[in-house]
Structure formats: C-alpha cells, structure tokens
Design a protein around this ligand. Structure first.
Ligand SMILES: NC(=O)c1ccc[n+]([C@@H]2O[C@H](COP(=O)([O-])OP(=O)(O)OC[C@H]3O[C@@H](n4cnc5c(N)ncnc54)[C@H](O)[C@@H]3O)[C@@H](O)[C@H]2O)c1
Length: 339
C-alpha cells in the first residue's frame, strides 16, 4: 500500500479486534490495516467492510505469510495468544498482543523467548496505562508531586458479570479482570509487588462459585518500596463501571473519579444528582485503546522501545496466580513462591 505507512494485520475480529481495526482505519494515519483474519470468516469480513481492509481470511497464516505486512495485532481468544506470538515472531512480524499473553507462565516464557530470538517488538494490551486519569496519577507519583507514596487504592468493579461460559474459560477473575489492576498497581507506583493477600468470595452469583471462581475481592499488595496497596474488585456494581484510583504520599494525595457521559447535575428540592457513569470498558476506555495502538505504531515505525513490554505482560500473571493461591490457602503469598 502506501510506503510511508506501517501495514498491519489483525488476527481476531471480535469485540476488541474491531476496536483496534477502527483505530487503525480512522485514527492513525501512519498505519494501514492491510488484512484481517478470524476463524469466523463472517466476523473478519464485517470488520474489513467497515474499516476498508483489503485482505480478509479465515486463516491467520495468510496474515503471517504476507510480506507486505510488518506488524500484527493479536486480538483473538486468550488461549490462542501464546502460539500466535511464537508464530508471528518466527515470521518476523512486530507484535501487539492483547492481555493476557497466556494463563500459564511456561507458555508465556516460550512466547517471550521466541520474541527475543526473532528480535521483533512485542507490546501487551494494558490499555489503562494510556487513560488520561491514570496517566495523571502516574505523573504525580513519578514527579514527586504527592511526595513519597505510602498508599495505593484501586477500585475496579464491573457493571455485571460476564456470561458463565466466559467465566469458565477466562482463567478466573484474578487473571481476567484483576490482571488490569495488577498492571495498574505496578504502573502507578513504579515499583514491584513482593507479596499479596486476598480476601475473596462469591456474593454476586452462586453459579460463578460453582464454576470455581470468585466475584468479589480485596487484594492487599505489599510493594518492595514499602507502599501498601489495595485492590477492590466486584463483578457487579449496579450503578455502572466503577474505575477509580488514589495514591496517598507524604506531600498529599491524588485521586481520580469515574467518567460520565455528561457533566450535568440535576438539582431539585429532594436531591442533587447526576447520571450514571459510563457503563463498561468499551465506552470508558475508548481513548486509551486508540492511544495504545498509536504508541505501538510509533514504537515500530520509529524503532523505539514499546511502552508495555513482554515482562510487563508476565508479571501481572504471576500476581494473579499468587492472588489465587492466597485465596485458596488463606495466607499472604510472596510472588517469589510463584515465579
Ligand atoms: N485490553 C482490554 O481491555 C481487553 C478488552 C476486551 C478483550 N481483551 C482481550 O482480547 C482478547 C479477545 O477478546 P474479545 O472480547 O474480543 O473476544 P471475542 O470472543 O469477541 O473475539 C475473539 C475473536 O477471536 C477469534 N478467534 C479465535 N481463535 C482464532 C484464531 N486461531 N485465529 C483467528 N481468530 C480467532 C474468534 O472467532 C472471535 O471472533 C481476549 O484475550 C481478551 O482478554 C482485552
């Protein structure tokens, strides 16, 4: 296609594949979505049609074998990520891979080794780092604006649980949902967690418990630098998607509120109120999805380091496995016990 543009192939044309395809097609002039593949050909064709993507296939190998394509976005189901990373790296493609890379460390390590051997770039889809609210919190911590951090509190609640069929294959709440919060914790504090302690239960839907998962949790994080963090998770907040963070340091604190579809307040004799927050991630994190893809394109085109590395993809999985072990064994678990 256009020689100044980075040609990109998209593997997986479901919910997130479509979001990233739209970003490439309409919001990043430096890139071009050249091909899309999905085992569900109809899904790929629909995204291609919407985004003006010239090549459509039911076989991801058509994307990997296409010499006009320099980079791929892996947006297929979680279980396919690790193998696709290995194959894409062997084909010499730069890779953006959705979270999580995999649910097991052995398969993640195999994927990261393949990337390192091939010398290609790998960025992981932890989009929340690119959210303007959370980026401002990070800036306040990194610049010393709130002083030395002491406490981190992340509130991360979904509006409603996912379908049971999804719960069963997702790897569980800690690896599917909390994984974003584990990444956010490392990102905001700029240091590593050494130990986690989980209190969790099934309070939203007994069927989630029968599937072996939990739906409500508080996870205490002990950072290497002494910061004490807490993550507050629920699979159901009836008022919508609840996504907030606060850092308290010795010079002050910084906190973020939820995002709303409008800024209006209704004041009456009974109450002062506003509309509910944005309902879920597709609305709440729209801008961050675009920003992470823009950052990937810039890193590849400019041969610069990616902002979210393979190691950044691995550590939250270790944290998720530790959180589950802590819940199972009802004790604090050091990350070194897992990794
Ligand atoms: N960063 C985020 O906030 C975020 C949000 C949503 C999803 N995700 C991640 O993105 C991935 C996809 O999630 P989704 O919600 O879009 O799921 P989805 O089920 O809507 O879409 C996945 C698509 O992948 C296709 N697929 C499966 N195996 C394939 C293969 N071998 N080759 C090509 N296509 C294949 C399926 O047919 C489906 O269309 C998951 O790993 C999920 O964790 C991340």
């Amino acid at each position: 296609m256009n020689r100044q543009r980075l040609n990109i192939g998209i593997i997986g044309a479901g919910r997130i594949g479509r979001v990233h395809a739209e970003t490439l097609a309409f919001r990043v002039p430096e890139a071009f979505p050249m091909a899309v593949a999905d085992v569900n050909h109809e899904a790929a064709a629909a995204v291609a049609d919407r985004c003006g993507i010239p090549k459509v296939s039911a076989d991801y190998r058509d994307v990997l074998n296409d010499s006009s394509i320099q980079a791929v976005l892996i947006c297929s189901s979680t279980a396919t990520h690790a193998d696709l990373v290995v194959e894409a790296a062997a084909a010499g493609k730069h890779i953006f891979c959705e979270k999580p890379v995999d649910l097991t460390l052995a398969r993640i390590d195999k994927a990261l080794a393949a990337v390192s051997k091939a010398g290609v770039k790998l960025q992981i889809g932890f989009n929340r780092r690119f959210d303007a609210n959370f980026a401002r919190v990070r800036q306040a911590v990194a610049s010393g604006e709130v002083g030395t951090p002491h406490r981190l509190h992340i509130i991360s609640r979904d509006p409603a649980p996912p379908p049971l069929a999804y719960v069963k294959v997702s790897g569980g709440m800690f690896l599917d949902m909390t994984i974003h919060d584990f990444d956010m914790a490392r990102f905001l504090i700029g240091d590593e967690v050494e130990e986690v302690y989980t209190a969790a239960g099934v309070l939203v839907d007994p069927e989630i418990g029968k599937a072996g998962d939990v739906d409500t949790a508080v996870i205490v994080l002990r950072f290497r630098n002494g910061v004490i963090g807490t993550i507050d998770n629920s699979r159901r907040a009836v008022y919508g998607y609840d996504q907030r963070a606060e850092v308290l340091g010795d010079k002050g604190s910084i906190a973020t509120a939820n995002c709303y579809p409008n800024q209006a307040t209704v004041s009456t004799a009974e109450s002062v109120r506003r509309d509910l927050p944005l309902n879920f991630f597709m609305d709440r994190y729209t801008e961050s999805f675009a920003s992470e893809i823009r950052a990937f394109v810039e890193a590849v085109a400019g041969d610069k380091p990616v902002p979210v590395t393979g190691a950044d993809g691995r550590i939250p999985v270790v944290m998720g496995l530790a959180a589950r072990k802590s819940y199972d064994e009802r004790r604090p678990v050091r990350l070194s016990e897992i990794a």
